[in-house]
Design a protein around this ligand. Sequence first.
Ligand code: ADP
Ligand code: MG
Length: 251
Amino acid sequence: PASGETVLAVRGIHKAFGALLANRDISLDVQAGEILALIGPNGAGKSTLFDIVSGITPPTSGTVEFRGRSGLSLRALALGGMGRTFQHVRILPDMSVLDNVALGAHARGRGGLVRAALRLDRGEEARIVAEAQRQLDRVGLGHLAMRSAGSLSLGQQRLLEIARALASDPCLLLLDEPAAGLRHLEKQALADLLVQLRSEGMGILLVEHDMDFLMGIADRVLVIQFGVKLAEGDPSSIQRDPAVIEAYLGA
Ligand code: ADP
Ligand code: MG
């Protein structure tokens, strides 16, 4: 997608878990070449919204339009270029770091995992391994490629998930608390990487609590509380918004 083009259009999302309304009338847009941050207290409905956007959970009502098409399946979204990470990392701990990332590259490979498992195409396999290594280098984990994923620190496991998402060559990246558990230098490197990805035209939607981290990189911030959109604006106006301070930042 061209820079400034809307890659994600979320409209009027409601999500009920029994009597609990986890999302109420949430709408947002993410453009190519833009970083939109989602903040809000624990339980506000941020991860639920991510699960809806990425096709894991159906909304009770509302629509998710990705690159102009709505109602896409999880697989269609992934094939179309939506990559994501999870608040609670999902890695295969006994597998190597490299193989974990290679799984991401397979997500958009022509034959997928079955062909990879059968090793029907060595050229394709070599291409995927090279791509996985390239993404690991990008997130600063290149030197750990042969370690088991479970031996990494939590922060490194988060970076591994980002590398895996990048290996699928996404045009939209959803990151659920990517900086949680990262050391200061890792956070800085992550911020640099996200800014670089934005400059390449990627759209990025991320959940993050660290306002200092967001201030330097987010184009817009959307605040949700109790599943409802409370405010939306550029980071500095959000930091000064009395309703936001009352609900969240001042806590
Ligand atoms: P956040 O990511 O903002 O911390 P979540 O989206 O994880 O919030 O959760 C929002 C609310 O929805 C919470 O009250 C949570 O307990 C509830 N919730 C999330 N997932 C489920 C589920 N599968 N079943 C029932 N309730 C859920
Ligand atoms: Mg969450």
